[in-house]
Design a protein around this ligand. Structure first.
Ligand SMILES: [Zn+2]
Length: 318
């Protein structure tokens, strides 16, 4: 490639002009604070009630596959959805884990808000917890099932509070709340066993096509910072934009305008099918997969920030 001297000078001059223009813009930004429009719908989410949901789930004990805690949580989630007037159904499926000959039985729970509405949004989360605290600092605790206050209860807590609010103040579109089973069923050397519930759901419902969706996972920790997960941002940029703009309107400052690396989760099966479903997660959580993932690491404020933002994103014009 060859560039002439005259072109070089001309382009430098252009660059100087461009820099002056950018400086002027920056100066202008500093002088005029950004105007954030008001919420489309007045925020209506009780963060303390959501936190009570989180504590109740933890009181059932670990909710790993085959546990009493999971059976109790399954029943309790359905009761809360029924109370909220949602149309409740179960998606039951069998899955044979890697390195096993025996099929295991799993249950996704679905709560449909405004079941007759054609235009539908999917909000999902997992309700199972991990059977082993494999990241615990104490070796002897690494085969203990976790309580999963953040990883398992936080998303359920938010979804159930939204359902309660919508009973008297319904959303402008139909919403399918899906509580996935078997998300944390994978183990080291058996990665295919993760996300069993969402994979089975997508496989068994080839005609299920929500207009868009969100998966919530680990959104309850006290110092919550949610960044834009890479695969979500690449494959569903408009939904990322919708949610971050909604978060701004309701002053949910936990939503950070930064990219996060790619994370596989319950949204992956949807994205692979071409459905724009994003993941909201904060993976920077020291008690992750330890016996210390307990309610005292979580806060009502964090659940509230997510609840406000997600409800506002659903209220925004479609
Ligand atoms: Zn987990």
């Amino acid at each position: 490639m060859h560039l002439s001297i005259r072109w070089f000078f001309r382009s430098s001059a252009r660059r100087v002009l461009a820099n002056i223009f950018v400086l002027a813009l920056l100066c202008n930004c500093r002088c005029t604070p950004k105007q954030v429009p008001p919420p489309v719908h007045p925020p209506n989410f009780d963060a303390n009630r959501a936190f009570e949901n989180l504590k109740q789930l933890c009181d059932f004990g670990p909710r790993n596959h085959g546990s009493d805690g999971k059976a109790q949580a399954e029943k309790w989630i359905q009761e809360r959805l029924n109370e909220a007037g949602a149309e409740v159904s179960l998606h039951e499926f069998n899955y044979t884990p890697v390195q096993s000959q025996k099929a295991e039985h799993f249950t996704n729970i679905v709560g449909r808000i405004l079941p007759a509405a054609e235009h539908r949004v999917m909000i999902g989360t997992h309700y199972d917890t991990r059977s082993s605290a494999d990241h615990d600092s104490k070796k002897e605790l690494r085969s203990t099932p976790i309580i999963g206050a953040n990883d398992g209860a936080s998303g359920v807590a938010v979804l159930l509070e939204m359902a309660r609010i919508w009973k008297n103040d319904p959303p402008p579109v139909g919403v399918d709340l899906i509580f996935f089973d078997g998300e944390d069923f994978g183990r080291e050397g058996a990665e295919d066993d993760y996300f069993a519930g969402s994979k089975a759901w997508v496989w068994d419902h080839p005609d299920y096509k929500p207009v868009w969706g969100i998966v919530l996972d680990m959104i309850g920790e006290s110092s919550l910072r949610i960044m834009k997960e890479r695969t979500s941002a690449e494959k569903a940029p408009r939904i990322i934009q919708r949610v971050w703009e909604a978060a701004e309107r309701v002053h949910s400052t936990a939503f950070i305008d930064k990219k996060l690396g790619a994370v596989s989760d319950d949204h992956t099966a949807f994205l692979e099918k071409g459905l724009p479903v994003i993941l909201l997660i904060d993976i920077d959580y020291p008690p992750y997969h330890t016996t210390q993932d307990l309610p005292d690491k979580c806060s009502p404020e964090s659940l509230g920030q997510v609840g406000f933002a997600v409800m506002e994103a659903i209220s925004a014009p479609h």
